[in-house]
Design a binder for this molecule. Structure first.
Ligand code: NAP
Length: 217
């Protein structure tokens, strides 16, 4: 894929992990924050791969990239992207947002009114091309390029060319394989399954991740 990538809310573990693997694939990545100075500070502490670049910017600047990833907590995602609606128009916008809450030793899924956070973002950004991806990835292993991660990224959305573009992008990222599951109707199950993944890791004190067996590629 040609172009730049911006990550809104990219200063958290999830955004940093995705940024590292995109930079390793050679991309110029902008990590966005509500506070550009904080984003610069966060990037300054990262071991950025020389194949690409990562810079810390305001969320507004991250939203001006060619492809934009949303990596804020679920309860601020809609308000955050609504404020950036004009910059995000006509773009592929990837939601990695999971709506989860902790109950004892488990994380359990919440179900937003439209079924998934990806669908909530699609509703908030009617002129953007929303794709769901990266939901199940363990952030710490993503950020550590030496972790040996070999994970699948389940991709959903109603815009078929946008899904294909995201799958190509994922396949360029070391340690990841993009697997298109289907339409936005599946986003609810994909996001909810993250609660299962995290709860397994808590219960088994593990760092497991999703890898599908039996696919031809
Ligand atoms: N952690 C994982 O392993 C993982 C894996 C896959 C998907 N996800 C999903 O990815 C998203 C981010 O996860 P995370 O663990 O990185 O979360 P996080 O650290 O809690 O939040 C990410 C960033 O969002 C910004 N943020 C926080 N509160 C906000 C608010 N009220 N309004 C706007 N921005 C706000 C913060 O950046 P600034 O303060 O710099 O603005 C923060 O660094 C979540 O939806 C999560 O479900 C996480």
């Amino acid at each position: 894929m040609n172009g730049t990538i911006g990550i809104i809310g990219g200063t958290g573990p999830a955004g940093r992990g995705v940024a590292m693997r995109l930079a390793k694939a050679g991309y110029a990545v902008s990590i966005g924050s509500r506070d550009a100075a904080r984003a610069s500070e966060v990037v300054g502490a990262m071991a950025v791969p020389t194949e690409g670049s990562i810079r810390g910017v305001a969320n507004e600047d991250a939203a001006s990239a060619d492809v934009v990833i949303v990596a804020t907590p679920w309860d601020s995602a809609v308000a955050t992207v609504k404020a950036l609606r004009d910059q995000l128009a006509d773009k592929v916008v990837i939601s990695m947002v999971n709506a989860l809450i902790r109950e004892g030793r488990e994380l359990v899924p919440l179900y937003p009114s439209r079924g998934s956070m990806a669908a909530q973002l699609a509703s908030a950004l009617p002129s953007s091309r929303i794709v769901g991806a990266f939901h199940h990835l363990p952030a710490a292993q993503m950020e550590d390029l030496e972790s040996g991660l070999d994970a699948d990224v389940v991709i959903v959305g109603d815009d078929a060319p946008a899904r294909e573009l995201v799958a190509s992008l994922v396949n360029e990222m070391p340690g990841l394989r993009g697997v298109i599951a289907g339409t936005m109707s599946l986003a609810s199950a994909v996001e909810a399954f993250t609660a299962v993944c995290v709860s397994i890791n808590i219960r088994h004190k593990a760092h497991s991740y999703v890898k599908l067996e039996g696919l031809a590629t």
